[in-house]
Each structure stands twice: as C-alpha cells, then as structure tokens.
Design a protein around this ligand. Structure first.
Ligand code: FES
Length: 147
C-alpha cells in the first residue's frame, strides 16, 4: 500500500511529506543532510537542525512534497485563511526543459473546485505528461521534454 502522507515533528514544527508528490529534486538532502537523509530510516531527523533551518529548507521543495506547519499555529487555528492585504510581485521561473516554479506561497483552485494552499516553491507541469497535474512529478525527465 503506498504511503500517502508522513509527518515528523520536533514539538515546534511538523514536517509533512507526501511521497507520491516528490519529484526527487534532491534539494532537501543535498542542502540539509543532517535532517533529510534518504539512506536512513526514518529519513527525516527533526533533531538534525533548528526549527528555522528546517522551515527554510522545506520552503525550497519544488514539488510541494515537503510542507510544514507550526504546531502552535495548528492548535490555535480557527480555520480561516490568511490573505495578504498588500499586492505582491510573484516570482515565477520557467525552468529549462522542466516545470514552472512559483517561488512563493500560493493558493491553487483546481478545475473541479477543490482548493489548496501550497507553501514554499510549487512546481507546475509544463510538459503535459505529469500524472499529478497540475503539479510536476518529474516525468519531464523520462520523456526528455525540451522547451
Ligand atoms: S514538467 Fe515535470 S512532469 Fe511535466
């Protein structure tokens, strides 16, 4: 049975990992091996870095497979969404032969009406072959997408 979601916490922050969404960018474990080590089980060691450093790394995950929430905020959550009152300039990057990266938290409204909030970097499929649309699942490498 495939794992859908795994959670790891240090008491302050909880890292959520969705294996099916991971595009194996290697960014997490090459930049913070003390916390993210695919050679170990469990592969996430929440004692390997500070809460701030872990959050900083999770926000770099291009697929959204890694996300986080602060335990205290979750306990105090009222269920209302936070909307910035200031307009933002959004940094969007078209990667060579790969996905479109949205380099900020964003709110996605899907064609079926479902909505979700993505934290950090979100990778949107540009090749059309992802089985996890609208998100990139790494298939662009297998099909050798050029663009
Ligand atoms: S761009 Fe990555 S799967 Fe399509």
């Amino acid at each position: 049975m495939p794992l859908s979601t795994l959670k790891y916490t240090n008491g302050e922050v909880t890292v959520v990992w969705k294996p099916a969404t991971c595009i194996h960018s290697r960014i997490c474990w090459t930049e913070l091996r003390e916390v993210f080590d695919p050679q170990k089980r469990p592969w996430v060691n929440m004692d390997g870095g500070t809460t701030e450093r872990i959050i900083d790394q999770v926000r770099k995950c291009p697929s959204g497979a890694l996300s986080y929430f602060l335990n205290q905020e979750m306990e105090a959550s009222t269920g209302s969404s936070v909307v910035s009152e200031e307009a933002k300039i959004i940094n969007i990057q078209i990667t060579p032969n790969g996905p479109i990266l949205i380099n900020t938290d964003c709110h996605i409204k899907h064609s079926n009406g479902e909505e979700e909030t993505k934290q950090g970097v979100t990778a949107l499929c540009r090749c059309g072959a992802s089985s996890n649309k609208p998100y990139c699942d790494g298939t662009h490498r297998k099909i050798e997408f050029k663009g």
